[in-house]
Design a protein around this ligand. Structure first.
Ligand SMILES: [Zn+2]
Ligand SMILES: [Zn+2]
Length: 187
């Protein structure tokens, strides 16, 4: 069975070097759907609580929300950083509080202080799915990710192997000692 969560990401990007309108800076509300597959956890009669999937995913993906996403070789990158620097917002601003934690993977690097994500590849809907799976594959049993942005949609299925030990009372993952971090249930 699957538990499915959907949420929005608002971002600006462009396809650097692409022969089309998308080579110009523009923005979207992207809709991300993450499907998590496992056995039914009998205690709570669910695969995984959807708000917990969202919480786990959002902790990293909020880096992409109200953010600028540019490819590492895009000449806009140094230009924008120079403006942020000059304006004094390169290393944060008092109103920039909804920040994710900084991450660095082979595919992307987040700079939450200035709401920027630098990617290795062009951030198409396909690219976003690759980045997302890479960030979350060790935290969630992801069987499918779909990303819709404007007229573009991409979807990918992933093979889930194994099951996650979950609390029979609140449904969340037990820690390495078999204890529920939320209610203290001990396996
Ligand atoms: Zn676009
Ligand atoms: Zn619990």
């Amino acid at each position: 069975m699957k538990s499915v969560t959907t949420f929005n990401l608002q971002y600006a990007h462009r396809f650097y070097g692409f022969c089309g309108e998308a080579q110009y800076l523009h923005g979207h509300t992207g809709i991300m759907t993450i499907e998590v597959e496992d056995s039914i956890n009998e205690g709570v009669n669910m695969v995984f609580p959807c708000n917990e999937i969202k919480k786990t995913a959002w902790s990293v993906l909020k880096n992409f929300d109200h953010a600028l996403i540019l490819r590492q070789d895009d000449p806009l990158l140094p230009a924008i950083l120079a403006v942020y620097e000059k304006q004094g917002i390169r290393d944060g601003a008092p109103t920039n509080t909804m920040r994710g934690y900084a991450f660095k993977t082979d595919l992307a690097m987040a700079y939450p202080k200035c709401r920027l994500v630098v990617t290795k590849e062009t951030m198409t809907v396909e690219g976003m799915i690759k980045i997302t799976y890479d960030l979350l594959k060790d935290k969630l049993n992801i069987s499918k990710i779909t990303f819709v942005s404007g007229d573009n949609t991409a979807t990918e299925d992933f093979t889930v192997t194994g099951t996650i030990d979950r609390c029979p009372r609140c449904g969340i993952e037990l820690d390495e000692c078999g204890i529920c971090p939320k209610c203290g249930y001990f396996k």
